[in-house]
Design a protein around this ligand. Sequence first.
Ligand SMILES: Nc1ccn([C@@H]2O[C@H](COP(=O)(O)OP(=O)(O)OP(=O)(O)O)[C@@H](O)[C@H]2O)c(=O)n1
Ligand SMILES: C[C@](O)(CO)[C@H](O)COP(=O)(O)O
Length: 401
Amino acid sequence: MDATADVVVVAAGRGTRAGEGLPKQYRPIGGRPLLRHTLERFLGQPGIRRVVTVIDPAHAELYAAATQGLSGAGGARLAAPVTGGATRQASVRAGLEALAEDPPELVLIHDAARPFVSARLVADALETAARHGAAVPVLRLVDTVKRWEADGFVVSGPDRDLLRSVQTPQSFRYALIREAHRALAGRDDLTDDAAVADAAGHRVASFTGDAANLKLTTPEDFVGAERVLARELRDLADVRSATGYDVHAFGEGDHVMLGGIAIPFGRGLAGHSDADVVLHALTDALLGTIGAEDIGFHFPPSKPEWKGAASDQFLRHAVDLVAAKGGRVAHLDATIVCEEPKIGPHRQAMRERIAGIAGLPVARVSVKATTSERLGFTGRREGIAALATATVRLPFTEDGE
Ligand SMILES: Nc1ccn([C@@H]2O[C@H](COP(=O)(O)OP(=O)(O)OP(=O)(O)O)[C@@H](O)[C@H]2O)c(=O)n1
Ligand SMILES: C[C@](O)(CO)[C@H](O)COP(=O)(O)O
């Protein structure tokens, strides 16, 4: 997904249903303002270029405090806030207009009041909008629905299977939703952007929402959110690091594979697979975090299917094993030891490739290089070595399994 994508986070509401106290988007959950949680989720996502927040100017100081020191991983940028309107629809319109000078291809529109938006939702929102132009996350209804009459009686409602509840982020081709909002500026009664697109004559696709992506609306929702964050904190408590090391000797060839990219060179690296020492060391480091043997156990050199194999699949397998335990990779770090080839010109490409294989923002991958001062086998230019450290977060369990 290479399209440029910006995010409009609407935070200009009054939060009347959340009760007394600070406006809800600035109220702390887990010790930090609700809005900050929401913005951090987007700023940490791959594929996001810029995030603009729509605020009530009367909250300017609260906004400044809530966003102090916030910056994006992997290049996402927090833009200056924009003044909202009297309704959500007017606030979204203001956010979209603020992007008009340097328009993105895609835009996600999200409620500040939904702090638990996941990486999966963002990825699905981007992909579905790129394909269909307009998309919303939906959930099946779990309760039977009735039509409620003003006299307090109910009559049987529509078939529940035909209904869905709708969340944010809602995603659109930017030009489509900006024009739709402009065309419907006279209405201001549409409670979401799918309704705006729909009223402007566009079909809106759907993707699976997330029950955890709650909109904090009432005081009880804030109590629930504290519980969710406490559980998340506990789940993040099991942080583990492990190391990996690999060596391959130079052999015949005209390039070496390092960090998943081919570097033209007068020699190749000898090995059963493509001999990518960086990906092998990273794979072993990841396997080490979950005590899952080592790369030779999973991909035995005795097996012909791994002959000449591209090593990206080894690293991906290790990432999948961590994910299967409910874990997330927090950071991958590699050091390459060789006299040549020069690593500097290829370092960024390697970081991006490793990040792509592991499904991480580039900021969570580091590649370093050193010579061994002409000492030892790397110093004698007999081969290349790589050391790696992987850090993962695993759900906390008493027995560590
Ligand atoms: N004029 C408005 C109204 C709402 N919103 C934003 O739209 C999102 C969804 O709205 P809701 O949860 O209903 O928030 P409020 O309108 O603030 O809540 P309430 O209806 O309880 O006052 C919120 O992030 C809210 O800040 C906005 O930017 N501008
Ligand atoms: C956009 C929205 O989050 C979709 O569920 C929702 O409609 C916004 O909340 P509101 O209470 O309708 O303003």
